[in-house]
Design a protein around this ligand. Structure first.
Ligand code: ZN
Length: 254
């Protein structure tokens, strides 16, 4: 029999819910073991053992007891690294952060995701703490999440013939083909034309490193925001059967 294994790893708390009278079920995105869901015994009652650490957005060092062939780990201990302050106080930042966590939760399967996905989510939350909530940041986050989950869209050249995207070249967005197609290759009418400046910004977002200090790389002119959102979002469509709860909040806030 494979023994249970105790791991200590940095992690971001993605989701938490009450379980029974006194426990909590908590989903973490860990650096070392990907997404892990565990039960924190007594977390609803004992304030001493898990003081304010099992809340979404917190960055922690968690001690998990991983049990072979069991879906749920045990959360043995959890120590706070950072708790978000701005996200807790600012509704727009809260909506952005909730979207980051919910989208990640939907796109990443249990026990999957490498350290880069953990870093991406950690840095997206850090960016929201430091900077204004910018739609461009969400688009950059989405593009990097698509890359890390194996769905990176090819936006910089035609998926079929390789023609490079450019200012004077019409490119058509084709989610089923995983990217854009040029005018000659686009075939039937299902693809729609991307405006070159929006495409250019999104390609720049894909190429830029997503780190906590990179907020100014992800600015997007207000006139581009709606198209950029639709364009990136269509590459998630096949993977998101039900709408995200946090999107409703984002939409309500405009
Ligand atoms: Zn082509």
């Amino acid at each position: 029999m494979i023994p249970a294994e105790e791991v200590v790893t940095p992690a971001v708390v993605v989701r938490t819910r009450a379980f029974g009278e006194s426990d909590k079920i908590v989903t973490f995105l860990t650096r070392d073991r990907g997404k892990v869901t565990g039960v924190a015994k007594g977390a609803q009652r004992s304030k001493r053992r898990f003081v304010n650490v099992l809340e979404p957005f917190t960055h922690v060092d968690v001690t998990l007891l991983l049990r072979p062939h069991r879906d749920l780990a045990f959360v043995n201990a959890c120590v706070l690294r950072d708790a978000p302050i701005a996200i807790a106080r600012d509704l727009v930042k809260f909506a952005y952060g909730s979207y980051v966590l919910e989208l990640t939760d939907r796109m990443v399967r249990e026990h999957e995701a490498g350290p880069e996905t953990y870093e991406l989510v950690r840095d997206a939350i850090a960016l929201l703490e430091l900077d204004d909530a910018e739609p461009g940041m969400l688009r950059a986050f989405e593009l990097h999440l698509l890359r890390l989950t194996g769905y990176e869209p090819a936006l910089d050249r035609c998926r079929r013939c390789g023609t490079a995207a450019g200012a004077n070249i019409a490119m058509y967005v084709h989610p089923a083909r995983g990217g854009v197609l040029c005018g000659r290759c686009r075939g039937d009418g299902r693809a729609y034309q991307a405006s070159p400046p929006v495409l250019e910004r999104l390609i720049a977002f894909q190429r830029a490193q997503f780190t906590a200090g990179a907020g100014d790389r992800f600015r997007l002119a207000p006139s581009m925001a709606a198209e950029a959102r639709t364009l990136v979002r269509c590459f998630f469509a096949a993977n998101l059967s039900a709408p995200l709860v946090s999107e409703k909040l984002l939409e309500a806030l405009g």
